[in-house]
Structures are given as structure tokens and as C-alpha cells.
Design a binder for this molecule. Structure first.
Ligand SMILES: Cc1cc2nc3c(=O)[nH]c(=O)nc-3n(C[C@H](O)[C@H](O)[C@H](O)COP(=O)(O)O)c2cc1C
Length: 204
């Protein structure tokens, strides 16, 4: 199953972006294929002027359409998610997240805006048709550091929360695969494949 990571920070050396890349690496270890979509690399003029037909916006929308699961990371800006992320979400079709599983991640300067994803981003994801918006993972800046090689270091508490979020995403995606094969055709029904490991499922 293909997973898309969407980074909504305007910063080049972004904390939420590093948390997202770290989550993607863990998901690949579980056998998922991941694609990246850093919104800051899309043309600013296309985002600001809502150019739905710009080739890079069309391609970015297609990346979203191809994904079964989406991990979205954003910094908290002014008690909400970033305007950059909103400028992209506004360019998706109304049902742009239809049937998808979404795991939101956020980083903020303090815990004061811990609920920003729930009151600000979650309703938008639901309006775009997301099938499941999983419990979000929130990190403060103090919980994310770097090692001497520039790799990301997480506090033990954040590491655990992220692990739980990833496990939840992985399990939810695995559950979604069962009816997909059964409904599409008899070929492959009762069986699904994640990564290189074919698994046998009992028929109901
Ligand atoms: C314009 C701006 C507004 C911010 N507003 C908040 C805020 O309301 N609450 C908060 O906890 N942190 C706030 N922060 C801090 C960032 O959320 C935090 O440093 C975050 O980790 C940055 O993520 P990034 O490196 O991925 O951009 C703000 C930072 C900036 C630059």
C-alpha cells in the first residue's frame, strides 16, 4: 500500500519535517512504500493564486489520490496548523481524501496548543472525505533533537507516542486491505500482501 507524507512547514530545516521523515523510515521498515510531498517545494504563486491547473499542483493532487494512507505533519502557527498546509489542502478536490487513512503529526513551541490539530485540522480532513483520522501525535520542540550525524533524536515519551501512532496506522491499513481484495475479484481473495511478505487470512 502506498503512503504519502505531506510536510506543511515553510522551513527548510523543519522539526515537523524531520519527525515526518523519521515516521516514514519506520513505516518503510514495516514494508510500506512511501512518497514525499513537501508543500514548500510547490510553486508559491500557484498556491497563493489557487492555480488548480498548474502542472506541479496537478501532480501533487495525483500523489494524494494514489495514496491509501497519508501522514501529514505541520508546525503549530498561531494556535492552528500552518497556512502553507491550508493553501495546499484548499487545492484538493472536495473528496480529495476519500477513503484514506490519515495520521496527523504536529510540532509546537509548547504544550499549550496540544489540541490545535484536533480543533483545527481534523475537521478539514473530515470535510475532504478522510475515512479514518487517527489520533494525532504532538511534539514540543524540546522533545526533538539531533545526534552528531544530523539524525533525529526523540525523547523517550515522544518515541513511544510516535510508535503507537505508526502501529495504529499500520493496523488500520492492514484491516482495509481485506475487503478490497475480496470485493474486487475472487483472485487473491482471502490473501493480502504487505511489502514482500504474503500473509494468509482466514475467510469469514
Ligand atoms: C509564525 C510562528 C507562529 C508560531 N505559533 C506557535 C503557536 O501558536 N503555538 C506553539 O506552540 N508554537 C508556535 N510556534 C512555534 C513552532 O510551532 C515550533 O517551533 C515548530 O516546531 C516549528 O516547526 P517547523 O520547524 O516544522 O516549522 C510558532 C512559530 C512560528 C514561526
Amino acid at each position: 500500500m502506498s503512503l504519502l507524507t505531506i510536510s506543511g512547514s515553510p522551513s527548510l530545516n523543519s522539526r515537523s519535517g524531520r519527525l515526518l521523515d523519521h515516521a516514514a523510515a519506520r513505516l518503510r521498515k514495516l514494508g510500506h512504500v512511501t512518497e514525499r510531498l513537501p508543500v514548500r517545494e510547490l510553486p508559491a504563486e500557484a498556491l497563493l493564486h489557487a492555480r488548480f491547473d498548474h502542472p506541479q499542483i496537478v501532480e501533487a493532487s495525483a500523489q494524494v489520490a494514489r495514496a491509501t494512507g497519508v501522514v501529514i505533519a505541520t508546525p503549530v502557527y498561531k494556535a492552528a496548523y500552518s497556512g502553507l498546509l491550508k493553501s495546499f489542502l484548499d487545492l484538493l478536490p472536495q473528496d480529495g481524501l476519500k477513503g484514506k487513512v490519515v495520521l496527523p503529526l504536529a510540532t509546537g513551541g509548547s504544550k499549550a496548543h496540544l489540541l490545535a490539530l484536533d480543533y483545527a485540522l481534523r475537521p478539514v480532513l473530515a470535510a475532504l472525505g478522510a475515512r479514518y483520522v487517527l489520533a494525532s501525535v504532538y511534539a514540543t520542540d524540546a522533545e526533538i533533537g539531533s545526534d552528531s550525524d544530523g539524525g533525529v533524536l526523540l525523547s523517550p515519551e515522544l518515541d513511544l507516542r510516535l510508535e503507537e501512532g505508526i502501529a495504529h496506522l499500520d493496523e488500520t491499513l492492514a484491516r482495509l486491505q481485506v475487503p478490497f481484495f475480496g470485493a474486487a475479484s475472487d483472485e487473491g481473495a482471502g490473501r493480502f500482501v504487505r511489502g514482500n511478505a504474503p500473509l494468509q487470512l482466514a475467510r469469514a
